[in-house]
Write a protein that binds this ligand. Structure first.
Ligand SMILES: [Zn+2]
Length: 552
């Protein structure tokens, strides 16, 4: 009879079928081939990554009538018994439910008996870290002088809880999380064999949530295909597992970028009212920020079911900003777990992202950083008139108003990485990360615009005139909105006629595709024009961009 669950039905039966865990495979097959077996193995690693499966394969390899062999026949009675968990020589013990001294004493009695049909008596103790101290002590005595026909295979998700005395007598193998790609392939194989109808997105999402645990992925697939008739979509997976859809995270970041405090709170309230789990949201956000950080460094996101469109957000932030946001979430983790008011906790945390920028100094190429910054008026279209001095913590960082020197948002995976860091070129990307940490690699929009104005000023063209009494009123992605005060009706028309040419120049300066938009504004003070004679401070520009006030 075929096993019902996918994970059992498709359980790998030999080393070739075992996926990932290459180092484990290699070492074990070498040991079998060269007869360098030891009496105790410790398989450590997360759940569902193949520890007990490997233990059974090893057991079969050793006890097969043709064994020890790396190719157990899967036909002899020994192989079949092991496969069906009926072998008298291969004993699987659950450490969690047989953790006491009595069980281990019994085990100690039994190890003396010769194997009935195979070559070895093999004890597979799962979750071995659960054993009591007395049980470990008893086990240790056997490990110190094991009968030659006995082999122990200990499996644990928490190797640090296994006493050092035991560890030192084991050959240890660390099983790693299985790569999402491998899980995806595995699921696709099952889907094909089971003739299931599951969308690609759904498969990727399952592989992602499984977090390296194949068994979990298989059981989710099984659950969802049982629950849903017809085609299974990513939405079905999201719904079944109560996962927070990525759109929620990207919307949250959008509101952060817009500094929309009220919107942010309303959005979070609505999210949790819709039934999403607060902790799911928290950790989902961590995953999302991580994916954005990788994307901003032109690194491939290994563990991600986020569509590329969602990761475009990365282009709005510098790696440093993203790293800081991620850091803020991670640092709050313990406090979050302890908090009894988790919704309020997240609300506060999300609000704190709004001023994330304040800790990062403005890049040194910004000429006017030291100028006392001033208070912006609430309306962005009528820029600042009189601004009180900011004290020690002026708004020192451009939020979304920072450009990546890389490619524009439109070119995320294809062009972006190729110019700066080839995909998978982790070293280079790490270098970039350091670079980004040391000196911000991005050029603030305000600086690009200033340089642009400097160029324009020397030309004395009509563009120069038209752009007098102008300034940035908004910056979003690669779109700069320029306020024109000087006879806007006329000048906006003139500038528009030259738009593509101007955009081209600006793009060259920015190192990415830039778009311009012109809008009429109320009169500006001359120092706010963004002209060479008296450039606005970057802080002022940023304040304009975010309609922000300097609070302290
Ligand atoms: Zn066999």
């Amino acid at each position: 009879m075929e096993p019902r669950t996918f994970s059992l039905r498709y359980r790998p039966q030999n080393f070739e079928e075992l996926f990932d865990q290459e180092h484990v495979k290699r070492t074990l097959t070498n040991a079998i081939q060269h007869n360098r077996l030891v009496h105790a193995y410790l398989f450590a690693g997360p759940r569902g990554v193949g520890k007990t499966t490997t233990a059974r394969i090893l057991a079969k390899s050793l006890n097969c009538v043709e064994g020890p062999t790396v190719h157990p026949c899967d036909k002899c009675s020994t192989c079949l018994e092991i496969k069906a968990s009926k072998s008298l020589d291969v004993l699987e013990i659950d450490g969690a439910s047989n953790r006491g001294i009595d069980q281990i004493r019994e085990l100690r009695e039994n190890v003396r008996y010769r194997p009935t049909s195979g070559h070895y008596r093999i004890y597979i103790i799962d979750e071995v870290h659960m054993l009591t101290t007395e049980a470990f002590n008893a086990l240790l005595k056997t490990l110190e002088e094991p009968p030659s026909h006995v082999i122990f295979i200990f499996a644990t998700t928490e190797p640090h809880k296994v006493p050092a005395t035991i560890l030192s007598r084991c050959q240890r193998f660390d099983f790693k999380r299985i790569a999402p790609d491998v899980i995806t392939k595995r699921l696709e194989m099952i889907i094909e064999k089971e003739k299931l109808d599951v969308s690609e997105d759904a498969v990727r999402l399952i592989a992602d949530i499984a977090d390296g645990g194949l068994r979990d992925a298989e059981s989710v697939l099984e659950q969802i295909t049982t629950f849903k008739q017809g085609r299974v979509t990513a939405e079905d997976v999201t719904e079944l597992l109560g996962i927070v859809p990525y759109e929620r995270f990207s919307h949250l970041l959008k509101l952060v970028g817009e500094k929309d405090e009220a919107g942010l709170l309303a959005f979070l309230e609505q999210t949790f009212a819709a039934g999403y789990d607060v902790a799911e949201f928290y950790f989902g956000m961590v995953g999302f920020l991580r994916a954005l950080l990788f994307t901003s460094l032109n690194m491939r996101v290994e563990r991600s079911s986020f569509p590329e469109s969602a990761l475009e957000h990365a282009r709005k932030y510098t790696p440093k900003q993203l790293a800081r946001m991620l850091e803020r979430f991670l640092k709050s983790e313990e406090a979050f777990k302890r908090s009894r008011e988790k919704v309020i906790f997240i609300e506060t945390l999300a609000l704190s992202l709004l001023d994330m920028g304040e800790k990062q100094p403005i890049p040194t190429n910004s000429s006017t950083v030291s100028e006392p910054s001033s208070r912006s008026t609430k309306t962005s279209t009528s820029p600042q008139t009189s601004r009180p001095k900011a004290q020690k913590s002026p708004l020192q960082q451009n939020h979304a108003g920072v450009l990546n020197t890389g490619e524009g948002p439109a070119s995320i995976p294809e062009e972006g990485p190729s110019k700066q860091a080839p995909e998978n070129d982790t070293k280079k990307a790490e270098g970039e990360m350091r670079e980004a940490e040391e000196s911000v690699q991005s050029v603030p929009i305000t600086d690009v615009w200033k340089r642009f104005m400097e160029e324009i000023e020397t030309e004395e063209s009509f563009v120069t005139l038209a752009l007098q009494e102008s300034g940035i009123i908004e910056a979003q992605d690669n779109l700069l909105t320029i306020g024109i005060n000087n006879n806007p009706k006329l000048n906006i028309g003139r500038l528009k006629a030259e738009q593509s040419h101007l955009e081209e120049r600006l793009s060259r300066l920015a190192g990415q595709k830039m778009r311009l938009e012109f809008k009429a504004t109320k009169p500006m003070k001359k120092e706010n024009w963004g002209s060479k004679s008296k450039p606005r401070s970057a802080v002022e520009d940023v304040l304009d961009i975010f309609k922000g006030d300097i609070v302290r």
